[in-house]
Design a protein around this ligand. Structure first.
Ligand SMILES: [Fe+2]
Length: 260
């Protein structure tokens, strides 16, 4: 497993150089602005609970690695509650018509973010627990990169608003160790596990997939920022996104000739 962990570390370094990560680090930008993409993360933040509960967790099991994974999923399956709490604290809990909220949630602008949990669920389906554990290590590495940066922005904001942000702030960052949780010294355990050829190639493939889907997600979130302003980010981006969505719907409703 050691070489798989080295791949995770290499991809983690690349991941930390993505534009959204640099944007989050930029202290010259208002911390509210740096977190203004938060509503666009909703498909991932909520879907991640399901991924843990219904795709990664398998009970009952005698397999010690699956038991470790199961313990990990109990830690990670409810963080979406903190996410919804933070949306409100960030002033991003805007009221929308239900159908508009669905357009936003299932629109083209959040497609890559929606894909993260779906792709991971499909790629891990039926794989041996040890291979799935490699995917979890990759997921945790991406979480560590993003949460370490959102925690700094949330801390700046906390000094202004006196609010604690449980999802984007220190609370979440401290809970997530950057590795599979629920077992002491998991890093040492991972180093000692020997993989056979098939397991190694599947683990490599899964690690690459995890970083690829999260990279697409972060780039999509960064794109959403081009439509936002600090004062009322979701209002601006949400409205803009819905306008674009409606435009697209109108275009696809038109007969072929009119579109030309
Ligand atoms: Fe989490």
């Amino acid at each position: 497993m050691k070489d798989v962990m080295q791949l995770v570390e290499r991809r983690k370094q690349e991941f930390a150089r993505l534009p959204l990560c640099q944007f989050l680090e930029d202290e010259t930008i208002d911390p509210r602005q740096r977190l203004a993409w938060a509503p666009c993360l909703a498909p991932f933040a909520l879907g991640f609970g399901d991924l843990n509960k219904y795709a990664l967790r398998h009970e009952p099991t005698d397999d010690p690695i699956q038991q470790l994974i199961n313990r990990h999923t109990y830690e990670d399956d409810h963080h979406w509650v903190w996410f919804l709490e933070d949306l409100e604290k960030l002033g991003l809990d805007l009221s929308l018509k239900f159908s508009d909220a669905m357009r936003f949630f299932w629109g083209n602008q959040t497609y890559k973010t929606r894909q993260v949990c779906q792709q991971i669920a499909m790629a891990t389906y039926g794989k041996e627990p040890i291979v799935v554990l490699a995917a979890i290590e990759a997921i945790e590495a991406t979480g560590n990169v993003v949460l370490s940066r959102t925690a700094k922005a949330a801390e700046e904001l906390r000094r202004i608003t006196q609010q604690n942000y449980r999802y984007f702030g220190q609370h979440h960052f401290c809970v997530e160790t950057g590795h599979a949780m629920g077992t002491d010294d998991v890093e040492d355990l991972l180093e000692t596990i020997e993989l056979n050829e098939t397991q190694r190639s599947q683990a490599y493939e899964l690690v690459e997939l995890v970083f690829d889907v999260f990279t697409d997600c972060l780039n999509e979130l960064m794109d959403s920022m081009t439509q936002q302003r600090a004062e009322s980010p979701y209002a601006k981006s949400g409205q803009k996104i819905l306008e674009m969505q409606r435009q697209e719907e109108k275009v696809s409703d038109m007969p072929e000739l009119e579109r030309v």
